[in-house]
Ligand binder design. Sequence first.
Ligand SMILES: Cc1cc2nc3c(=O)[nH]c(=O)nc-3n(C[C@H](O)[C@H](O)[C@H](O)COP(=O)(O)OP(=O)(O)OC[C@H]3O[C@@H](n4cnc5c(N)ncnc54)[C@H](O)[C@@H]3O)c2cc1C
Length: 473
Amino acid sequence: MERHDLLDALAMHLGERGLLREPDDMTRYVADWAGDRLGMPLAVARPVSTEEVVDTVRLCREHGVPMVPQGGHSGLVAGALPAAEGNELVISLERMNRVRAIDPINFTMTVDAGCILENVKQAAAEHECEFPLALGAQGSCQIGGNIATNAGGLNVLRYGMMRQLVLGLEVVLPDGRLWNGMTELHKDNRGYPLKQLFLGSEGTLGIVTGAVLKLSPRATQARTALLGLPSLEAVIELYGLARRDCSDLLSAFELIPRRCIELAMEATPSLGDPLEQHYPWYVLMEVTASGPLDLGAMLEHLLEQGMARELVLDGALASSESQSAQLWQFRESMLEGQRRRGEHLRTDISIPISAIPAFVDAASHMVMEASPECEIIAYGHIGDGNLHFNILPPRAMAESEKRPHLHELESRLFEALDGFGGSISAEHGIGRTKQAAYLSRLSPVERELAEGIKTLFDPEGLMNPGRILPPRD
Ligand SMILES: Cc1cc2nc3c(=O)[nH]c(=O)nc-3n(C[C@H](O)[C@H](O)[C@H](O)COP(=O)(O)OP(=O)(O)OC[C@H]3O[C@@H](n4cnc5c(N)ncnc54)[C@H](O)[C@@H]3O)c2cc1C
């Protein structure tokens, strides 16, 4: 009865298009990119304005109904999936997709949180600016989701993560109050940085409804190269050389193992082998600039040095936008190739950059000893020390055995990571899937502080309960 009252009240505030109640209409909101799903929500609210989000949250609070903020559901830790119990209201920001303002002199853009990242990048480009966050899911993920997960992606080594790209925020708090922190200031040292608490909080402290984003000048030229290298040690040495030799204009430096090149070609058969011979490791790197610089000469000089030191064995240099897009196609298609292999272990870890070869060596030995039939595919954003050390289970393994087996390997991998002072989550966050590993690594002081923050913002535990921290009893 109570719930019917809530849904009727929501329907009145949000209108017919603003509230979905039928299971057939809600299927789109219950699965994430990987196809994982938990349960059906109570309903899906689709507000069109900050005021409607305020109304929705107030009503939920009055009725004691838990809420799940949802963006483009491309998150990889099940944070936006409604709970199996069917008691949560999904609040989708998809209809809040307005670019509110662009200031190309202040290099800022003010947006609704439901704007899709790709559209934000496009809008910035129309003003000779760039919003540099770039990731595989940019055609579906939303700015609110990027903020809630403190997203990273391909250009972090040059521009930083979302935490460095947001100047102001507007957030509806779990009790329905609105926090207006929409400053356009590049420098602002007034007291505690409240904004930063929401970045990476995965929707557990409030619903982001708007943001002021920091833009950069639009790059007018780019040079991309795909290189073949003999070892991980060579990859790391080349990275240090490239940062220094390219005037710190490196915007991407991606590690790709040979297996991923094969997975990319499986997923996109039109892709030919990129280099004449096979190499154990490849690097996809890009330098970009907006001024009158000779990036081609810069990259060629770097490659000459790399070859003289036997770090680079061969390489393909893109001399046009379409050639560059083709090189990037390997990076994109390899994700699809992995997905087609079905259930596998996806990790998102970080270690100090200089420790990557030693870590990969130690972790690979550990996995191969425990499960010799597995396939390791370790790729990632080298410039951020961020690896996706993923594991494909043996092809012959029964489906029912895969999950527990991979879980066991993950625990061992994380233990190896602890020895290198690494992080179990460099980008994707904790959500539900990394919660146990996260909690077991928190010191008592860290746990007390984390729970104190959650209680301060959400004393009733109604905002995205059970993500990051366990639900309140
Ligand atoms: C192919 C692919 C590639 C990816 N590559 C990267 C990568 O390189 N780097 C990276 O960091 N991530 C990557 N991701 C993960 C994912 O795209 C990011 O986490 C993204 O930021 C999630 O945005 P979303 O809008 O899809 O959020 P959702 O998946 O909808 O939600 C994610 C979390 O944010 C919360 N949330 C969503 N919107 C709001 C809001 N408005 N207010 C408060 N909380 C909210 C949700 O409750 C949930 O906890 C990738 C994912 C895929 C599928």
